[in-house]
Design a protein around this ligand. Structure first.
Ligand code: SF4
Ligand code: SF4
Length: 373
């Protein structure tokens, strides 16, 4: 059984200690960072920088608290993510969303370089073969995985597993391209995009969102650059008509997420990673989408653990106890109190990612919750 520390988002006393930043400090004291991190050790604080329009990320004020605690120990933290759009633009997004050296108190760097191809091929498992892990994640000895819990169109639920599986792996590799990148989780086989001309209204949203300018509509016929395309699936996700499909399979995707996490964690020694899940601003979609909708579930709080499986199970269990928020997508979808909101929103068997992570030995779904008051 693993220990998961929890602090509620509710504030009942008007004191800093009862605020969420204050409670995060206390959670980090409870887990005792000195058990994991050492003086002068470089520590990656892995988060998601969001997008120009998706502002509901882990707020810089929390990242600052983590950085300050690590520095107090004498460790050398830096804040990082992998390239999701062109690298220079992504650093600007981070800056715009308040994540910069001045605000978080540590260097903010791209884990796989400005071009997103600074990565190292590592043998994965039966599903993925080999994957390209961002060089900084590969090299750094220790990591704090800082995840914003929310829904996700493909994963259903997105927390620490998704943050590491997709976020520590690059979009492509110099030799094997997208096939060793995170696109290999999104799709199976060659993963060629399928365009349905009948459904397409030529709104060009797919073309606008493509981070690599892969899509074109010459004489109103869809074309995409098969070699360059990362298979990120963003074009398919934003299509309002269901006119663009990236072939995939839910079970394959969920299991491949777990396998990617296992591969990333092989580059760390035991007890060199801890996980912080923020169950706040729980919106329906990923932080990489062009916009962030209002939350579908009320803020719950912050969880901290050294077991990625336990923290994910505890997060899901907490989500399951909540009611859908009015005036949100959950209300639009007429989701009733007591229903599994995340499952109802995306119809994805999200539990598979957690079950598979346990099956391959990444942790246990049995946990004990220790709440700090
Ligand atoms: S999957 Fe779509 S959005 Fe992603 S790189 Fe390929 S064409 Fe662009
Ligand atoms: S987003 Fe969909 S409807 Fe719009 S142009 Fe692309 S395929 Fe057509």
């Amino acid at each position: 059984m693993s220990l998961v520390y929890f602090a509620s988002a509710r504030v009942t006393k008007w004191k800093f200690d009862d605020s969420m930043p204050g409670k995060l400090e206390r959670l980090l004291d409870e887990i005792n960072l000195s058990r994991y991190f050492e003086r002068n050790e470089w520590v990656a604080v892995k988060t998601h920088f969001g997008s120009e329009g998706a502002h509901r990320i882990v707020r810089p004020t929390f990242i600052r608290k983590i950085v300050d605690k690590l520095k107090y120990l004498g460790a050398k933290p830096f804040v990082t993510d992998t390239v999701r759009i062109k690298g220079l633009d992504y650093l600007e997004v981070a800056n715009q969303n308040g994540i910069n050296h001045l605000s978080v108190g540590a260097p903010v760097v791209l884990a796989d370089g400005l071009y997103g191809n600074d990565n190292i091929l590592v043998r994965a498992g039966e599903i993925l073969g080999e994957i390209a892990i961002a060089t900084l994640i590969y090299d750094v000895p220790a990591m704090v995985v800082c995840s914003h819990v929310k829904g996700h169109i493909n994963a259903g639920y997105a927390g620490a597993i998704k943050n590491i599986a997709m976020g520590a792996v690059s979009g492509s590799h110099r030799q094997c391209g997208w096939k060793c990148g995170r696109g290999s989780m999104h799709t199976i086989g060659e993963g060629e995009l399928v365009w349905d001309e009948e459904k397409c209204t030529l709104c060009f949203q797919c073309k606008e969102i493509c981070p690599l300018d892969c899509i074109d509509f010459k004489e109103n016929k869809f074309t995409f650059d098969n070699e360059k395309c990362w298979r990120c699936g963003r074009c398919s996700r934003v299509c309002p008509e269901g006119g663009l499909i990236l072939p995939g399979d839910d079970e394959y995707f969920m299991k491949s997420l777990a396998e990617a996490v296992a591969t990333v964690l092989t580059t760390f020694k035991k007890n060199k990673a801890i996980y912080i899940n923020f169950l706040t601003e729980i919106q329906p979609e990923c932080d990489c989408m062009p916009a962030a909708d209002v939350p579908v579930i009320q803020d719950i709080g912050i969880l901290v653990s050294d077991d990625i499986v336990a923290i994910e199970q505890a997060s899901v269990d907490m989500l399951l106890k909540e009611n859908p928020l009015p005036s949100s997508l959950a209300a639009d979808e007429k989701i009733s109190p007591g229903e599994d909101i995340i499952l109802s929103l995306h119809k994805r068997p999200y539990n598979i990612q957690i079950e598979e992570a346990e099956r391959i030995g990444l942790g246990t779904r049995k946990y004990k919750l220790r709440e700090i008051k």
